[in-house]
Structure formats: C-alpha cells, structure tokens
Design a protein around this ligand. Structure first.
Ligand code: ADP
Ligand code: ZN
Ligand code: ZN
Length: 669
C-alpha cells in the first residue's frame, strides 16, 4: 500500500499526487488528511495524505519520514471536493485543498519542516462525545412558512441531494424557516452550514442563532483572529458544534454528517472568491450536497437572475413567502429626480423626512453606493480626473487627512490645487462619499447624533459590533453607510431609509450591474418598517425612468426579472451561456498584449465562435500591470475549460506576465 501525497509547495509542474511508501511504524496510524514530512529531490518537504493506492506510479518509491500533525486535517470527502474545485476552477490542487484545512495551517508549515525531525508523533484524536442536540422551540410558523418547511423537511428526510430556492420578501421570516429546518436536521442527528454574506454576518444574527441553538453553533468570519477561527474549526471538527454560521469559506467547515446548507442572499458577490481558487460558494455547496446527500436552500427576496431562472425551469424546487410577518406592509418608496437638484446632495423631500423622523425620536439610514462612485477630483474646465498612476482608476479624496488615495493599491498623494492637464484652478471634488454626506448632515442637523459606517470606519476588529450595538440601542439618530448597511440590520426604530444616489452603480460596464443595482436598492429599502412602526424610503436618482430603479421602488422582483432575463437572452449572457474570463497582465504592455494575442489565437482554433478579444480590460492598468482580457462564451463549460487547459499547457508564459483564469466570473472590470 502506498500513500498519495500532495506537496505543500506545489508549482505548476509538481501540483500532482506523488506516491510514497509507508514505513512499518506508521502503517496503522496514517490517515487521509495527515500532514507528513517526505523526501523530495534533495530536500525534505511537507505534504498531505490525500489517498492510498495499491500500486505506485514509479518504480523507486521513497518512504514517508514521519507524520507531523497530531490529527487528520481533512477527510476523503473533503479531498474529493478539493479535487472537483481544482478541476472546475482551473486552480492548483494544493490551493483547493488548503480551503478544507483548518485556519492557520499554512503559516505553521515552515516551522514544522524545521521542528519535524525532532518530534515524535503523538496520537490525540480529541473526539468529544457527541452531545444530544436540541434546539429551543421556535416561533409558531405562519401558513406560508409552514408550507415551505414541509417541503424542506421532506427533502431532508429523503436523504438525497436537493436544491431549493426560498424566495421571500424581506422580513417574511426566511431566517425563522432556516432555523426550524435546522432544528429538524439536528433531530436527524445531522449538522448544518449557514452561509451569509460577510457584511450581514452581524452580531444580531449570530445572537439569534445562539439564542435558539445555544452552544451548538460555531461562527467563522474575517473579524476573528486566526486563533479564534481555528478554535471554532476544532469545535466543529470534534462534533461539539453542529451548526456553522459563516461567510463564504465556512462552506468548507468540517461538519460531521452534513444534512443542510443554507445560503442567504445567494446573489451577493462576496460568495465568489477573487483569488485562486476562484470558487463560488453556491457551486461548492451544490457539489458538497452531492457528496453528502445534503439539501441546499438558497434564500432571498432578490435571487440572482440565474438562480431564479433555474427555479422557474424546475431545476430547483421553488418556495415562496409572499407576505411580511404580520402582514406588515413593505415600505412606500418615493423616487426623487435629482436632475432637478444638481447642486445639492440631499433633496428637499429627503431633508423634510429626516427632520420629521428625528422629531419623532426615530432613526434613519442614509445609504450611499460606494461601488463605482466616490469622491474623485475632477477639473471642471477640461474634465480631467486624477487617476492612480499604477491602477488607472480614479483616486478618491479623503477629508480626514486631505489626501487622495487609490482604493486598490493604497497609493496616496496630496492633491494639487490646479489641473495637471490644463493648469486651470477650477478643480473640484466631485462625487458622494460618506464623509461628504456626514458633513452636510452635520450642517443641516447639528443636534443629530450621526454614525458613519463604511470600510474606513469599520476597519478595526470589534468596531463592527460597536456599530450595531450603537444603532440598535438608539445611541445614534442617523446612520450613514455603504453596502455594509444594506444587510442584516433589523432595528424596529429605523423608519426612514434615504438612498442618496441610486443610479451610480448602473453605469459600471458589467453585465450584472443592473441586477446588482436592483438587488441593492431592494435590500436597503427592506431595512425599514420591519417591526411595529411603519417605514418609508426615498430614492434619489438621476435615472428615475430606469427599469431597475422603478421595479425596486415597486418592490417588484418579477417585473424586473422578466425584463432582465430577456436582455440576457438577447446578448447571450448567463444563464444562457457560460463564461470563462482570462486576464493577461504584465508591466510591459506590449509583452502582455503579445501573449494575450497568442492565447486568443490558440483558443480560437478550438472554439471558433466562442472567443471575444483580446482587448484592454476596463481597468486597463492595475498595480502597475497592463491588463488584457480574453472572454470565452459557450454552452458547455467543460468544453471551455478544456480549451483553456490545453492552451495553457501549450503556451509558454514569460515570467513577468501573469495569466488569471476565472471560471464563471462575477465581475469583469
Ligand atoms: P427574513 O429573514 O425573511 O428577513 P426574519 O426571519 O428575520 O425575516 O423575520 C422578520 C421578523 O419577523 C423577525 O423579527 C422575526 O423574529 C419575526 N418572525 C419571523 N417568523 C415569525 C413568526 N412565525 N411569528 C412571529 N414572528 C416571526
Ligand atoms: Zn483641466
Ligand atoms: Zn492604485
């Protein structure tokens, strides 16, 4: 018997399984998932056991030196998942495998390599006896919740992989349905994973689960230290915790006996990892469900166009919650045409409503869509915008230190008072940043207690929680924020939502920008009127007639979907075609372009009608690298992937040029 080992330091040449023989003293200890020290060439290297084989693929097989972990880091099914992921997303096997390993494993490898020779292997499986799992009783489900639960439970009882869309307006009780479905999963002696977008993984939500399920829950998110995360990981691996609540990567948590995966707001871009392996948690969840006979529930008021399409077609079961709890009405939405208010950030209507809200002692949220719209420095004479010298995107102005900054690479500078192109002094700060709003509010409402909530102010660990506590305990009157406020916040006293500039994201040149605008507006609008007090929403926009904005104002997903799916069909975008994006980048533009052309030509021979480009990417330059894109489009993703793999194995990539393959990309800037 031989062990199949994947080396920790794989390169494109060594990213494959190697066979090693197992010395007698390790024979009855070694397991899939163990970290081992092995000889490789003239060195010793750390590797991972990913399987066993009767035959070795080479004649001269070397011995494993020793086992360097006291327990297995992953099991056979996790290996299978990683293998699928490496294949599907054209990534290194080792990179995919790292996703299923406990947090912090990689950092410890080099120490292990050094210390390994001295230490003996010690067995400590550390299995906690499984507690009998119970949940506190839930709320009495409504008729609609009950119908949804019946279907989900019967799927769970079937013990077969299944996909379900829970399509329910904001505040219709989806989270309650998740929790009661999980209670059923616990009764079956199984476990569940609940994925939420990073930004909605609020203390409020975690608390709701902890109240219901006590210490059976574990949470995993980026506001935790590696130590905290690996402690939680261990609680899951030992079976002590049976419900994992987390962002994207929690889909890899080592739960025992998986029964259910819930993905809340599955359309969120944060479910896609933007570095290798470039996986989407929804696709991984489907694969995981196949391996474990588990059920996947996707829940949203605004499902992605692809998901709703599959549900309409019957690929997924579709369950609907059409009413808010207690039939609370969805808040009325008023659209304000800002073309008539060019010189002010806040329309009179919004000011009035703010005043009234404050005088009633209630709270308001002002929302700014940060993506694609920031405070940039523009010359009013010639239209010149100051861009980052390394990234070719507009620099944003920060009033706190009066510097202009690149959101991508961190470059910063002091803005000059005259235009670098035409020398005019008519340089203006254009755009709507959270800070500018804050300044304007401070002027108009000097007595209001204002809280700003965005990336800059939530950088630090713990401040995330402080914000939610402050707003939910009424310590602030007005909350100003970006995407981060769109989710999860459930505060009864919030009765006004003002969307300061609704259309800014519409103009991002990407095929999902309309969909994202609609989803965002609907979600933000859903932050109000959730409890006893009625809510109200004001949408300020320069495009009052756009269908995404109109439909959002009507809370009308269906109409939006019907229009958008037609657009997708006409231009042949997902779900009507599959996409693979290749970005070829390098400091020397010419060299990168040459490679992009070679790759494009090679691909065109294999996919005569499916290659777009190469062309300069929308963001032409990023961190000093010129970027070119080749986009593949086709019905059969497998075919596209194969063409890519074949191309890359036939083309020599110069050392200073990079090729990134993104299968089923979310963004293409
Ligand atoms: P969603 O996840 O769809 O936004 P939630 O599950 O958060 O909705 O429910 C919205 C509010 O209604 C919450 O405060 C929740 O506690 C309450 N709620 C949910 N289901 C019920 C029910 N069956 N009876 C009473 N209140 C409920
Ligand atoms: Zn100028
Ligand atoms: Zn930059």
């Amino acid at each position: 018997m031989f062990a199949e080992i994947l080396l920790s330091k794989s390169t494109s040449k060594t990213d494959r399984v190697y066979h090693y023989s197992i010395p007698d003293n390790l024979k009855d200890k070694i397991k899939v998932g163990h970290q081992v020290l092995v000889p490789f060439g003239f060195r010793k290297d750390i590797g991972y056991v990913v399987g066993f084989a009767e035959q070795a693929d080479v004649k001269k097989v070397k011995d494993i030196i020793e086992i360097t972990s006291d327990q297995a880091f992953f099991d056979e099914k996790a290996v299978e998942l990683a293998k699928w992921m490496a294949d599907y997303y054209c990534s290194f096997f080792i990179k995919a495998l790292r996703m299923v390993m406990p947090p912090g494993t990689k950092g410890k490898e080099s120490n292990k390599r050094k210390a390994a020779a001295k230490r003996a292997f010690k067995q400590s499986q550390n299995e906690t006896p499984l507690a009998t799992a119970t949940a506190l009783p839930g709320l009495k489900p409504t008729q609609e919740q009950n119908n949804a639960l019946k279907v989900i439970k019967s799927s769970l009882d079937d013990d077969k992989p299944d996909k379900i869309l829970l399509y329910g307006v904001t505040g219709s009780g989806k989270t309650e349905v998740y929790m009661q479905a999980i209670a059923h999963v616990l009764e079956q002696g199984k476990s569940a994973i609940v994925l939420v977008p990073e930004i909605s993984l609020t203390p409020q939500l975690i608390q709701r689960f902890e109240e219901r399920f006590q210490d059976l829950t574990a949470s995993l998110h980026s506001h935790m230290t590696i130590k905290q995360r690996s402690d939680e990981w261990r609680r899951v691996a030992s079976g002590e915790a049976k419900i994992v609540l987390g962002a994207r990567s929690a889909v890899f948590a080592p739960v025992k006996n998986l029964g259910l995966i819930v993905i809340d707001e599955e359309y969120e871009t944060s479910y896609k990892q933007e570095q290798s392996p470039r996986y989407h948690a929804r696709e991984v969840a489907f694969q995981l469900a196949k391996l474990h006979n588990a059920v996947v529930v996707l829940g949203s008021a605004t499902p992605s166009i692809e998901t709703f399409y599959h549900a309409e077609k019957g690929d997924y079961k579709k369950l609907t919650l059409s009413q808010r709890i207690d039939n609370r009405p969805l808040p009325p939405v008023e659209i304000i045409d800002m073309r008539k208010h060019k010189h002010s950030l806040l329309s009179e209507k919004l000011r009035e409503e703010l005043e009234q809200t404050l005088s009633r002692g209630e709270q308001a949220i002002l929302f700014i869509n940060r993506r694609g719209f920031f405070t940039f420095v523009m010359c009013r004479e010639c239209g010149f915008t100051i861009e980052c010298p390394h990234c070719s995107i507009a620099l944003t102005y920060h009033t706190s230190d009066k510097r202009i900054r690149c959101n991508r690479c961190g470059y910063s500078a002091t803005p000059s008072s005259s235009c670098p192109r035409c020398n005019s002094v008519a340089v203006t700060y254009f755009g709507i940043g959270t800070q500018r709003i804050e300044d304007e509010i401070a002027k108009s409402f000097p007595k209001a207690r204002v809280l700003r909530y965005d990336k800059d102010s939530v950088g630090k660990r713990g401040s995330h929680e402080k914000f939610f506590t402050a707003i939910s305990q009424g310590e602030a009157d007005i909350l100003i924020g970006t995407q981060m406020v769109a989710k999860g916040l459930d505060v009864g006293n919030v009765t006004l939502v003002g969307i300061v500039a609704a259309d800014t994201a519409l103009h991002i040149p990407e095929f999902r920008s309309t969909e994202h605008t609609f989803q965002l507006l609907t979600q933000v609008a859903g932050r109000t009127g959730r409890h006893n007090l009625p809510g109200k929403v004001i949408i300020q926009t320069f495009s009052p007639d756009h269908y995404a904005i109109k439909a959002a104002a009507e809370h009308d997903y269906k109409t939006f979907y019907q229009r958008e799916i037609k657009e997708r069909q006409e231009v042949g975008y997902p779900p009507f075609a599959q996409l693979v994006s290749l970005v070829i980048s390098g400091e020397e533009g010419r060299k990168a372009m040459k490679l992009a052309e070679d790759i494009g030509n090679f691909l065109k021979k294999r996919l005569p009608n499916g290659v777009l480009g190469p062309a300069l990417a929308t963001i032409q330059k990023l961190r000093g690298q010129w970027r070119f894109r080749v986009l593949l489009k086709g019905q059969d993703l497998d075919q596209l992937r194969k063409a890519v793999a074949e191309t890359l194995s036939n083309i020599v990539v110069p050392t200073d040029v990079r090729v990134i393959v993104d299968v089923a990309p979310m963004g293409m800037l």
